[in-house]
Design a binder for this molecule. Structure first.
Ligand code: 13P
Ligand code: SF4
Length: 301
């Protein structure tokens, strides 16, 4: 039997389903039942019927799936796959900001640990952050952990006062304006499509800014035939599959999230066989981090 056939057989035997983020390896994306950005995957995870969820992504994604689905078994193909930005905020600073501003809403990017989510009022993803922040009654917004997404949202919602944190995604921060200028010089007709985790200077050079799903959608809707993609290189697989007539370039040093790339077909097979790397959470932490995630799903409807 091939690895794929064995995975399919175990999925049937164990009533399992595979979810994958666009940043994982193409050969992993091909095995997924559901593939998408963080928002899509959290919506899917909240409504699954299957008993076992194999989450091909990083730890905050598996954790969120467990929080939204406490009765299910969530398995991570590689337990080391983590997101550096998920840890880049501080409980003490959140407490101080809450003391300073009466009506503050702590808005927590889903790329965060459950420990940070439990201290927050609402979660957001890059696909729904503007919509959710607009919908909040609060004027003061403390946006954690990502400073770049925070600045992007603040520009779209000028009526609110933002307090910024200093977290960032090391993968998207690598993308520099000089690299974009060089790519534009090589492909002058290409449009620049960027993820809001990129720096403000990069976003200023972009024709479109959006989540990974937003980028994929925009590339299909645009009349342009060539694009410079400023996000993790895993999205290439979906872009090329959907739009074979269009061309996609990345900046010279292609952005790669090494944690996302830890997931391989062999590791999926292994956890399906053994039940290893199950996401186990403290009950109180799970319950407290559930509210901001559910608030996100409610406000983003
Ligand atoms: P989206 O899935 O919201 O596009 O975010 C990208 C990301 O960094 C996921 O880790
Ligand atoms: Fe985290 Fe950046 Fe990797 Fe996304 S790409 S998982 S934000 S380190």
């Amino acid at each position: 039997m091939t690895v794929r056939e064995e995975i399919e057989q175990l999925k049937r035997e164990k009533n399992a389903v595979i979810l994958a983020h666009y940043y994982v390896r193409p050969e992993v994306q091909e095995l997924a039942d559901y593939i998408g950005d963080s928002f899509y995957l959290s919506k899917v995870a909240a409504g699954l019927k299957e008993q076992t969820i194999v989450f091909c992504g990083v730890s905050f994604m598996g954790e969120s799936a467990k929080v939204l689905n406490p009765g299910k078994t969530v398995l991570m193909p590689d337990a080391r796959a983590d997101c550096a930005m998920a840890h880049m905020a501080d409980a003490e600073r959140i407490r101080r900001v809450r003391e300073m501003y009466d009506d503050v809403a702590v808005v927590c990017y889903i790329n965060s640990t459950a420990e940070l989510k439990r201290l927050s009022d609402v979660c957001v993803t890059s696909a729904n952050a503007v919509q959710i922040v607009k919908a909040l009654p609060n004027r003061n917004i403390f946006f954690i952990p990502d400073k770049n997404l925070a600045h992007f949202v603040a520009e779209q919602v000028p009526e609110k006062h933002f307090i910024f944190n200093d977290g960032y995604c090391p993968v998207h921060e690598q993308i520099q304006t000089e690299q974009i200028r060089a790519a534009k010089a090589a492909h002058p007709d290409a449009e620049v499509l960027s993820h809001p985790e990129c720096s403000r200077a990069v976003l200023e050079l972009s024709d479109y800014v959006g989540s990974t799903s937003g980028i994929i959608r925009y590339a299909g809707e645009s009349e342009a035939a060539e694009f410079i993609i400023c996000t993790e290189n895993g999205v290439r697989a979906e872009l090329e599959k959907r739009y074979p007539g269009k061309k996609f370039y990345f900046t010279e040093a292609e952005p790669v999230c090494e944690d996302m790339k830890l997931v391989t077909p062999d590791k999926i097979l292994r956890v399906l066989r053994t039940g290893e790397n199950e996401v186990v959470m403290d009950e109180k932490l799970r319950e407290e981090s559930r509210q901001p995630l559910e608030e996100m799903l409610r406000l983003a409807k």
